[in-house]
Design a protein. Structure first.
Length: 348
């Protein structure tokens, strides 16, 4: 397990003693974000929040999200799902397809420990999942993934949706849960009006999928999707019953470029994730070298000195987290928490 690597700090250490480069979280800002999410969802009635673990890959943080009202977690890889379940999360949706006997066997085994659901878009895969679930004497939820514009995974929002749903209903040890209608590209559409319009397209395609199910006599009470950039639009659509924001706990530079309805940059959530680095060399001109591979830093507070600490905001939190074994939680200049990132890696 990658997280068995030596931690870059000890509880109680001053920030200056953290080995760099290190993935550091401002605990005060993190807990503010955890509270903001349920507050922002309070006007949407029964629409549930299922945060995405791909943002942090850390069961400890997932359990904090559950304690703040999340119904469970999403995972994008089998490794993430195993980290969540073996870390104590009781309800996990793998919002992706898992292909191959050995991986499906590992996935189905998790159903002995937690409520497990999996996105599907292929008949052969569904049949193999059913056979393995039957052999292990477990029941697994199947969520038909619908292509709502990203053109990645999922079937088109037409007759293929009820065909796969009906197959799930007919096969043993599977339960048809509903549909996933996620469009990741919409999360970083910069203008609020454009994000809303893009989400409206997702909603219309989702309605087409639901209409196809209804016409086939198949009841569907579960529509999941959305992300940190658009979840409020999905939640208010009257179609989605669940949203999947993930980055909100950390935020990153990319989300920091989104604009709100007032035309100003969105500051709904706080930047809590940083890569802490040390300046290891100062060369000619306005150039500093840090131990995170970056060649230049802002000099708006004066030139850095060798040994100075530099706090970098990741451009994208998900893959940045995947590079580290530990999250170092800090508060008031001291290390408060050390959380292993047990779900990191290529997702095998």
């Amino acid at each position: 397990m990658a997280a068995a690597a030596r931690a870059p700090a000890r509880i109680g250490d001053p920030v200056s003693d953290i080995d760099t480069p290190a993935l550091v979280v401002d605990m005060e800002k993190l807990h503010m974000n955890l509270k903001i999410m349920p507050q922002s969802m309070s006007s949407f009635g029964s629409v549930a929040v299922r945060p995405h673990a791909k943002a942090h890959k850390c069961a400890t943080l997932a359990l904090l999200q559950v304690s703040h009202g999340a119904v469970g977690m999403c995972a994008q890889t089998l490794t993430e799902a195993e980290a969540m379940v073996y870390g104590g999360v009781q309800d996990v949706l793998v919002s992706n397809q898992i292909i191959g006997h050995s991986k499906l066997l590992r996935f189905a085994t998790l159903a002995h420990h937690a409520k497990m659901s999996l996105c599907v878009d292929n008949e052969e895969n569904i049949r193999e999942l059913s056979n393995i679930a039957k052999d292990l004497n477990v029941t697994i939820g199947a969520v038909v993934e619908v292509n709502v514009g990203q053109d990645r995974c999922g079937v088109e929002p037409g007759p293929e949706v009820p065909r796969l749903a009906k197959l799930v209903q007919e096969l043993p040890n599977l339960t048809f849960v509903g549909v996933q209608c996620y469009q990741g590209l919409n999360q970083h559409v910069r203008k609020a009006a454009d994000r809303q319009a893009a989400t409206d397209t997702v909603v219309e395609k989702s309605k087409c999928a639901l209409k196809a199910l209804e016409d086939a006599g198949i009841k569907c009470d579960y529509v999941t999707g959305g992300g940190t950039g658009t979840y409020l639009y999905e939640a208010g659509s009257g179609v989605f019953t669940e949203v999947q924001p993930g980055s909100y706990v950390f935020m990153d530079a990319d989300y920091g470029r989104n604009f709100g309805e007032d035309g100003q940059l969105v500051h709904q959530f706080h930047q809590s994730l940083f890569v802490l680095t040390t300046v290891q060399s100062v060369t000619v001109g306005n150039r500093a070298v840090v131990d995170a591979g970056m060649k230049a830093v802002s000099l708006d507070s004066g030139e850095p000195l060798v040994g100075d600490r530099v706090w970098l905001i990741p451009g994208h939190c998900d893959p940045t987290v995947n590079l580290y074994d530990w999250i170092v939680g800090v508060r008031k200049n001291k290390v408060e928490a050390l959380w292993p990132i047990t779900g990191r890696g290529p997702g095998i």
